[in-house]
Design a protein around this ligand. Structure first.
Ligand code: BES
Ligand code: ZN
Length: 399
């Protein structure tokens, strides 16, 4: 089996493998791509057979590069099809279900958007008030610093709040992920997938806050952290609430995470992401919400950080915004691993961070005593948009 990652590789591989170049390839592709291949003027379709959502086609060597371009442009699939050295190997690949195939690839490659019938009614249940209340509750703790008692208490509050939301559901549980080297735990709400429970969608944000002043005692200093990052935790909490009121049951497992100790170096998320990697947990996508309630950029509502993130998933999220949220969005970059998405990226998982503004227009009150909801107008209208996006992401990825 060979992966057609780049056209260069495709051209080089047969030349290296043997003296006489291969003229045809057996290739397996998702059935959803067949119509587009048929329509393409550049790639001829010679269909051999189909099974389990996958089709076996024969492609001329000179058409492989065009097939790669088509997959990339229309389906956001970088390695969205597989070449096989023989018809036997290709037939064996067909015996796998499409999902196992994705697992073999190590690539989650279904970024199709087709859950309108579920997503739109769920979006109508998202409430600004739900988001606002959680921002207010979290920013009422003196601080949520990773070493302070109030930083432990705020995580107990969050675990309890999520547990109350989950109380009616036997497929949901809430746990602490404890960290041996500091007192503040991370909080994880797990929704067991009905069909692919071993595949996990992660929606997370950091729950800690910090007063960044040099000379104060951080354990006792006031750090409301309303925007950074009660807003992200409140956004996630609203997604959970909507999931329960609409009785949505995902096919993949979903984990909502409130990370500890982000403000001191992404420690909580790093501990979780590296343990998942070590245990080979199959995380198909990670969405990070860190700062969602301060609208700093006039002509953009949602800004995706292009660095330390996965480009294919970012493009998918852009498509979700166009399809469902229907608001202007764009790209910016942090220039460094600025939040927990970087922990997941570092451990090999596709992660994205839809952010409240461009880097130029950031909320300058973060890490101070003045990071309150008042700075953002006393409401959660901006974070509300991110909850809409989160609902769409969850349903389209967990199917
Ligand atoms: N929410 C911020 C990250 C951020 C700030 C992103 C401004 C974009 C614009 C996060 O909580 C944070 O403060 N991160 C630290 C880095 C971390 C590795 C300690 C930072 O930016 O200094
Ligand atoms: Zn911060």
């Amino acid at each position: 089996m060979k992966m057609f990652l780049t056209s260069l590789l495709v051209v080089a591989a047969p030349l290296l493998a043997s003296a006489k170049p291969q003229t045809n390839y057996w290739v397996t592709v998702g059935n959803d791509t067949i119509e587009s291949i048929k329509k393409s003027s550049k790639v001829g379709l010679s269909l051999h057979s189909s099974k389990n959502g996958v089709s076996l086609i024969n492609v001329k060597a000179e058409e492989i590069a065009d097939l790669s371009t088509l997959m990339h442009e229309e389906f956001n699939r970088c390695a969205g099809f597989m070449g096989h050295d023989s018809l036997e190997e290709a037939k064996a690949a067909l015996e796998l279900t499409a999902d196992k195939q994705a697992a073999v690839d190590g690539v989650f490659n279904n970024y199709q958007i087709d859950q309108q019938a579920r997503v739109i009614p769920m979006m109508s249940q998202v409430q600004e008030m739900g988001v606002r209340k959680v921002i207010e509750s979290l920013s009422a703790f003196n601080n949520r610093y990773y070493k302070s008692q109030t930083g432990v208490d705020s995580q107990k509050w969050l675990k309890n709040y999520w547990s109350t939301l989950a109380a009616s559901r036997s497929d949901m549980r809430v746990d602490f992920f404890t960290h041996p080297n500091w007192p503040q735990p991370s909080v994880v709400l797990t929704v067991q997938g009905s069909k692919y429970p071993q595949e996990v969608v992660v929606i997370g944000g950091h729950a800690d806050s910090i007063n960044g002043g040099y000379f104060n005692d951080k354990v006792s200093a006031r750090a409301p952290g309303a925007d950074d990052n009660a807003s992200g935790i409140a956004t996630i909490t609203e997604i959970i609430r909507v999931m329960v009121v609409t009785n949505y049951q995902p096919e993949r497992t979903i984990q909502f995470m409130g990370y500890a100790a982000e403000e001191v170096g992404l420690w909580g998320s790093q501990a979780i992401a590296s343990s998942y990697k070590q245990k080979s947990v199959q995380v198909v996508g990670v969405l990070q919400f860190d700062m969602t309630n301060h609208k700093g950029t006039a002509n953009k509502d949602i800004v995706m950080m292009s660095d330390y993130t996965n480009a294919a998933q970012n493009a998918f999220i852009g498509n979700l915004i166009d399809t469902y949220v229907k608001l202007p969005w764009g790209y910016s970059s942090c220039g460094y691993g600025c939040s927990d998405h970087a922990s997941w990226t570092k451990n090999g998982y596709p992660a994205s961070i839809p952010f409240e503004s461009t880097m130029q227009d950031i909320n300058h009150k973060i890490h101070t005593t003045e990071d309150t909801i008042g700075v953002s107008g006393g409401h959660a209208q901006h974070a509300y948009k991110f909850a809409l996006l989160g609902v769409a992401y969850m349903v389209e990825l967990a199917k």
